[in-house]
Design a protein around this ligand. Sequence first.
Ligand SMILES: [Zn+2]
Length: 448
Amino acid sequence: MARQMNIQCPNCRNPITAVVESVIDVTSDPQAKARFLGGRLNAVTCPNCGTPVNIATPILYHDGSKELLLVYVPMETPLPKQQQEKVIGELMKELTSKLPKEAMKGYLFNPKQALTLQGMMDTILQADGVTPEMMNEQRDRVRLIETFMSTPADLLESVVQQNDAKVDAQFLQTMSLMAQRMVQENRPDLAEQVLAVQERVATYSSFGQTLLEENRQQEEIVREVATELQALGNGATRADFIELALRYGADANRLQALVGLARPAFDYQFFTEFTTRVGSAPADQRDYMESVREQLVQLTQLVDQQQQMVVQEAAQLLQQLVNSPDVDAAVEENMPYLDDTFMAVLSANIQEAQRTGNIQMSARLKQVYDRVVAALRDNMQPELRFINDLLSMPEDQARKALAEQAADFGPVLVEMMDAVQEILSSRGEGELLEKLATLRQDAVQALQ
Ligand SMILES: [Zn+2]
């Protein structure tokens, strides 16, 4: 529901072609809500002089799941009431033409008019359970971040200490979100500044110090558990894992690290064996063993739920890419989320479409796949792209290309090959690993 509009930069008068969205339907475009609340809707940057320009346009906001219908007509274009109603009527027509019949309910005939954009955003947040107090707190946080950002480096420590009580988890999270948004707005330089200040705020504040210490301890525990798992080796039996868990039993952090690192070991058979162990143990130990078993059950469920959520998010993103009128732009916008899980979901969907003979869907999915692969390739470091290309060539051809080009990349090529080797071995890609080993030897030789 976006259209192009030609405007003029208020600063340099340069003509700008902007994409303008006037109708936001959260059901059909879930990301539009975040775009709107983040102030990124109908905002462009003049390509000529860099001035940020907000385009004043009427906005109709619809969230079917909350029966929320809001409309805003900007003050910049004062319209007589009659004309305002005409504008709103047109937006309503655009919205309702896309809604299924069963979604047509009473509230759709009575949009609530917001006087300001901020007021519209507040109403949307309130419908999410965000109270005005919470919004004020959030505004205070943003103001304090701005204060920290503009404090000279040598004074930051004392300014943070003066505000020590205000630095908590939500405060640091607000800084992270701010940095994330800046990356999305193509300002990685600003994001880096925010993250650098965030790191110093964490170091100087009581909350941050406690958090850093907790993280350090947790990391140490994960390292220790990982070492013990490694010591068990590939021949580890379920009985070994039961032993380890019983030894960790009193330490919930250690159990959590164990399940997180070796989820596949905690399968149905593991828990059956565990139950048998409990049954044959001396009576005075059973309660303790039973409680460890119960903790492990809960931890595996937790890990699985997290995994499922990740998969669901990937599936939603795929849906969005498939439905997008501009796949390239959508792929570009979602680069950070195009990870292994996403690729696995995409491949599974292609297979499923082929299996059920859905030719149209399968073609569309393959198109998305090609774009994603191309975009990932474009974003790769040159060495990585080269290694990737080598691995997809026949071996003699790859060795020839490597001999010719290895010197252009230098020793970093071998380092990158080692990184790729780790990824491939974690995925159990035996054939590619062999090929990579041969190429690595060639690379070392060529670089001597
Ligand atoms: Zn300009």
